[in-house]
Design a protein around this ligand. Structure first.
Ligand SMILES: NC(=O)c1ccc[n+]([C@@H]2O[C@H](COP(=O)([O-])OP(=O)(O)OC[C@H]3O[C@@H](n4cnc5c(N)ncnc54)[C@H](O)[C@@H]3O)[C@@H](O)[C@H]2O)c1
Length: 396
């Protein structure tokens, strides 16, 4: 019998995970919830699953039917309040990115996990793509030497029609999200590969004329943001938010003083490239570069899941955590480390690259300094409440 009784909240992105969860004997899908559920559920396998439009009704039904975990795939900037509510009701939480959209929420989320003792995992999937796992394996073998520098880059541009589909409504989060905020697909892999966190951040954004043309439905018309981070091991990392640069979809790179590894960008076919100097090349190697095609034991199953195997492995991480007790890498502290980097990175962009210390949310004193910091670029559903710009000031 399945021992994970899961509810899924937010069925647009949630749908990718629903299919994967239905394939797992350890997971029983107890209920799903989305305010637009009527137009979303044509999957035959979901016919018998109870469906709700309201989160509270979904929780009440779930609890009465043994639901012990929720997967949050609701709006990007609203995960923390729903995560806290679910944990206070005794449920474990698996959250899409981002964990929290203000520094105040970072504090509240961490304290809810500590107070309730519930399990929490950020479901960032890019670190678990085939190529990224190979970068991690090589890096963690120690083959790179002292780690000096890393890059994480994530590009996602689209046609106006495509952007309209992804941004339903004037106050939808995708229309107001500054460029630094969606950084888990670039920072997450770097943190996972190198087992580090961000300590300091400064950042710059750049205006896009192309995106400014559609400012009537998307207020966040910058084209890119780049964050320069001091990591917990002393290394420097250059991270993008979600950018719309005319470049490849994404790339990752880690350089030590002996060797360096990279994937994406101009490296073809999901391969990983390793580089050595002539003087650091291992004995017996003919060339000072190598190309690897990553293969994992679970490749066949992962292949059919989205995001280069990442989605499949997130589900496996959930099972490992809840059934085998294996702590996930993206626990609540690393999750809010990424959110806080995104938030402070944006303040840095608005202030010409000012340097910010990212609070260590494990440290109670560091929490106090930001406990009441609720600055946000996101308006509510009526267009009120945003206290930060969504893009750099721009004069025509
Ligand atoms: N990791 C990835 O690769 C990946 C890919 C896509 C989206 N995402 C994440 O998934 C989340 C959702 O994004 P999306 O693409 O599905 O678009 P979206 O944010 O527009 O969809 C959210 C869904 O949740 C529902 N919802 C939101 N608030 C609700 C409420 N209070 N009550 C009932 N239903 C509610 C909406 O009706 C909608 O169907 C975001 O956090 C996004 O960052 C992650």
């Amino acid at each position: 019998m399945a021992s994970i009784k899961m509810g899924v909240f937010g069925v647009w992105r949630g749908n990718s995970y629903i299919g994967l969860m239905l394939d797992e004997p350890e997971i029983d899908l107890v209920a799903i919830c989305d305010k637009n559920i009527d137009s979303m559920c044509d999957d035959k396998r979901l016919e018998s699953i109870p469906k709700f439009k309201d989160f509270d009704e979904f929780l009440t039904h779930g609890k009465e039917n043994g639901m012990n975990a929720v997967f949050l795939a609701n709006y990007f900037h609203q995960h923390a309040p729903f995560a806290i509510k679910a944990m206070n009701e005794g449920l474990d939480v698996f959250s899409e990115c981002t964990a929290a959209s203000t520094l105040k929420e970072c504090v509240e989320l961490v304290e809810a996990v500590e107070k309730t003792g519930r399990r929490y995992m950020l479901c960032e999937n890019y670190p678990f793509q085939n190529a990224t796992l190979k970068l991690e394996e090589i890096t963690q073998s120690g083959a790179l030497g002292s780690l000096l520098y890393a890059e994480g880059e994530y590009n996602h541009s689209d046609s106006t029609e495509g952007l309209k589909r992804l941004t339903p409504g004037k106050y939808h989060w995708r229309a107001w999200m500054p460029r630094t905020y969606y950084l888990t697909h670039s920072l997450g892999p770097v943190m996972y590969i190198t087992k580090t966190e961000v300590r300091y951040v400064c950042a710059r954004a750049a205006h896009s004329d192309l995106l400014y043309e559609i400012k009537d439905f998307r207020r966040n018309y910058d084209g890119s943001a780049h964050l320069l981070c001091e990591m917990s091991n002393g290394m420097t990392a250059r991270i993008t938010g979600c950018t719309a640069m005319a470049s490849d979809y994404g790339r990752y790179r880690v350089c030590g003083d002996i060797s360096g590894v990279e994937s994406g960008g101009y490296i073809p076919g999901g391969k990983v490239r390793q580089f050595w100097f002539e003087h650091t090349k291992p004995e017996g190697r003919k060339k000072n570069t190598a190309l690897y095609k990553p293969v994992s034991k679970d490749d066949k199953k992962a292949k059919n899941a989205g995001h280069g195997g990442g989605d499949y492995r997130v589900v496996q991480n959930i099972i490992d955590y809840l059934i085998c007790g294996k702590e996930p890498f993206f626990d609540v502290y690393r999750a809010v480390n990424m959110s806080a980097t995104a938030i402070l990175g944006w303040r840095s962009c608005l202030n010409h690259g000012e340097n910010f210390k990212v609070p260590d949310f494990r440290n109670k004193e560091e929490r106090e300094a930001v406990r009441d910091d609720s600055l946000t670029p996101f308006p509510d559903e009526n267009g009120n409440g945003a206290t930060l710009l969504a893009a750099l000031p721009f004069e025509e």
